[in-house]
Design a protein around this ligand. Structure first.
Ligand code: DC
Length: 217
């Protein structure tokens, strides 16, 4: 039996822009599968750290990417500040990106659970992973708003890191993610920009659905 083509929604944007929350809600709304591609890079970075390695060591990072088992990702461990930092370092390596590209594309074209489509969020979904996506959003927010969101998240999980430190981290990661040569973070030419700085989650969701419904009609 031939499978109908999967409908792909690409959600890109910087750290703590609200893209993950939005992408999850969109997947539920359209009854599509959801893939947080940042979790793959985080899992690779975390695996290197857990083995006592240095995330800047390309051989160690590539070995971790090749050994990645997406069904065994420790959701708690990959959310730490250190794992986020390590993820940004390994994500700049073309060989690491190549090692997990196939999994991401396969998820998009053959969504698990027999779903008719998939929502993927990351940095290069609309530009590299799924340039053919039916709808593309690039979700942004000011660095200050993003730092405050991330600070609140980390505080709830028991972390005592200050907001100023998180703002520094965010600026550093933005720069590394946007300036790397391999699949840098940037809006696809046909992406809709959605600035969530002054939007509640519900307002951002409403705006995204309006854009996506139009793109899919
Ligand atoms: O979205 P996040 O903060 O969980 O992503 C962690 C890191 O992974 C981020 O610094 C950039 C990288 N990343 C990437 O390069 N490409 C993606 N598609 C997703 C994440």
């Amino acid at each position: 039996m031939t499978r109908a083509t999967s409908t792909v929604i690409a959600i890109d944007g910087p750290a703590a822009s609200g893209k993950g929350t939005l992408a999850r809600k969109l997947a539920r709304h359209y009854d599509f599968a959801y893939l947080d591609t940042g979790s793959l890079y985080r899992a690779v970075g975390q695996a290197v750290l857990a083995a006592g390695g240095n995330p800047a060591d390309e051989a160690a990072a590539l070995a971790a990417a090749k050994a990645l088992d997406v069904n065994r990702i420790d959701e708690r461990a990959i959310r730490s500040r250190e794992a986020g930092e390590a993820a940004s370092i390994v994500a700049a390596m073309p060989a690491v990106r190549a090692a997990i590209l196939h999994f991401q594309r396969n998820f998009a074209t053959n969504p698990p659970g027999g779903k008719d489509g998939a929502v993927l969020d990351g940095r290069d979904i609309g530009t590299v992973v799924c340039p053919e996506a039916k709808a593309k959003l690039f979700v942004t927010a000011s660095p200050e708003v993003r730092a405050q969101r991330r600070w609140l998240e980390l505080k709830v999980s028991g972390s005592a890191v200050g907001e100023a430190q998180i703002l520094d981290d965010i600026r550093e990661r933005d720069q590394r993610d946007a300036e790397r040569a391999a699949s840098p973070m940037k809006p696809a030419a046909d992406a809709y920009l959605l600035d969530t700085s002054n939007l509640s989650i519900e307002a951002a969701f409403g705006a995204a659905v309006a854009i996506i419904d139009k793109a899919m009609s």
